[in-house]
Design a protein around this ligand. Structure first.
Ligand code: ADP
Ligand code: MG
Length: 309
C-alpha cells in the first residue's frame, strides 16, 4: 500500500479535513482553521486534494482577489492543489498520486502547519491524505442520516451495528501510522449546520455520537450552527475570523459574534488535548515553531482566544 511509504512530515503539523461526503463543511472549516493559524503568526500551507471541485482553491483565490481589490493585507496561506491521476493502470495511478502529493507538500515546506482538504468521495488521494493526519477533523451534518458516515445504525432500535466503511478506513490508516512509528492521528468529529431538528432526534444523535466516540476513538467538538453567513463569506474569501478587520465590507452582527464563539470552541477542542498553561502563555515560543506539535497547538489556542474573543 502506497500510504505507508509517504515521506515523514513531522516538522509540520498536518491537519486533514475529511469525511468522504460532500457538502458537510470540510472546505469551510479548512479555511477557518487556516485563517486562525495564520492570524496567530504561524506559517501555514494549504493543500486542496479536492481540486476537481476546487472549493478551497477558489476560497483562497477569492481572498487574494479581495486583498487586491480593497488594498487589504489579509494573510493568505501558501497553497497547492493536487488532481487525481488519470492513469488507467491502478498501480501507476497510485504511484503518481503519491508523487504529486509529495511534490505539493515539498512546495509548502517548511511550514508550522499544513492543512489538507479532501474530496467528498472515497479515492486513493483521500486515503493518502488521511494517512498523513496528525489531526483529522470530520465535519458531520447534523442529521440522523449523516451518522451512517461513522457507523451502520439500526434505524428502528437506534443502536450501533458496526463501523462504517469510512471509520474502517480511518482505523486502517491509524494502524499503518502506528506500524510506521508515527504518532497516532487525533480524530475530532464536529457536528455542522446544527439546526432545530426535533428534540428527540437530537437526543438520539447525541447518545449515539457519545457511544461512537468511545467505540471508534474520536473526540466530539460542539460544531457550527446553520448560518447563511458562511455562504456570504466564501465569494469574498473571508472567514468569521476576519470580520474585525477594516475594509472587508461585512458588518459584524450578533449572529456573527455567536458564530465566532462556535469557531473558538472548535479551536479549543483542537488545542485542549493537554492543557499546558506555560505553553499557552508563551506565544513567542509557539510562533518560533521549534517545539513539538502539542505545544505548538496550545500556543495557537492562546492566540486564537485573543483574536476571536
Ligand atoms: N454551518 C453552516 N451553515 C450554513 N451553510 C454552511 C455551513 N457550513 C457549510 N455551509 C455551506 O455549505 C456548502 C458546502 O460546504 P463545504 O465547506 O464546501 O462542504 P464540503 O467541503 O464538505 O463539500 C457551502 O455552500 C458552505 O458555505
Ligand atoms: Mg469541499
Amino acid at each position: 500500500m502506497q500510504t505507508a511509504t509517504m515521506t515523514d512530515t513531522s516538522r509540520s503539523t498536518l491537519i486533514v479535513l475529511g469525511n468522504e461526503k460532500g457538502g458537510s463543511g470540510k472546505s469551510t472549516t479548512a479555511m477557518h482553521v487556516i485563517v486562525s493559524l495564520l492570524g496567530q503568526g504561524h506559517s501555514v500551507g494549504a493543500v486542496d486534494l479536492d481540486a476537481r471541485q476546487g472549493t478551497l482553491s477558489r476560497y483562497i483565490e477569492n481572498r487574494a482577489a479581495l486583498n487586491r481589490r480593497n488594498s487589504l493585507s489579509l494573510p493568505c496561506p501558501r497553497f497547492a492543489a493536487v488532481l487525481p491521476s488519470s492513469r488507467r493502470n491502478r498501480d501507476d495511478a497510485e504511484k503518481e498520486d503519491l508523487e504529486n502529493l509529495e511534490a505539493a507538500l515539498n512546495k509548502l515546506r517548511p511550514a508550522d502547519f499544513i492543512v489538507i482538504d479532501t474530496p467528498g468521495s472515497a479515492s486513493h488521494l483521500s486515503r493518502l491524505g488521511h494517512s498523513l493526519a496528525d489531526i483529522l477533523i470530520t465535519p458531520l451534518n447534523d442529521s440522523f442520516i449523516d451518522l451512517d458516515l461513522l457507523a451502520r445504525i439500526d434505524p428502528d432500535a437506534h443502536s450501533i451495528l458496526g463501523p462504517s466503511i469510512y471509520s474502517q478506513m480511518v482505523w486502517e490508516q491509524r494502524q499503518m501510522r502506528a506500524r510506521a512509528g508515527r504518532r497516532p492521528t487525533e480524530w475530532i468529529v464536529m457536528r455542522n449546520r446544527l439546526s432545530h431538528i426535533d428534540a428527540r432526534n437530537k437526543r438520539v444523535m447525541s447518545r449515539l455520537l457519545d457511544q461512537l466516540a468511545q467505540r471508534i476513538g474520536f473526540r466530539l467538538a460542539p460544531g457550527f450552527g446553520e448560518r447563511v453567513v458562511f455562504r456570504e463569506l466564501f465569494p469574498k474569501g473571508l472567514t468569521l475570523l476576519d470580520l474585525k478587520e477594516d475594509g472587508t465590507g461585512v458588518d459584524m452582527t450578533m449572529s456573527h459574534v455567536a458564530a465566532r464563539a462556535e469557531i473558538r470552541s472548535l479551536l479549543d477542542v483542537i488545542g485542549f488535548e493537554e492543557p499546558n498553561p506555560q505553553a499557552a502563555n508563551d506565544q513567542d515560543a509557539a510562533s518560533a515553531g521549534q517545539e513539538g506539535s502539542a505545544n505548538k497547538i496550545n500556543g495557537a489556542k492562546a492566540k486564537t482566544r485573543a483574536m476571536v474573543g
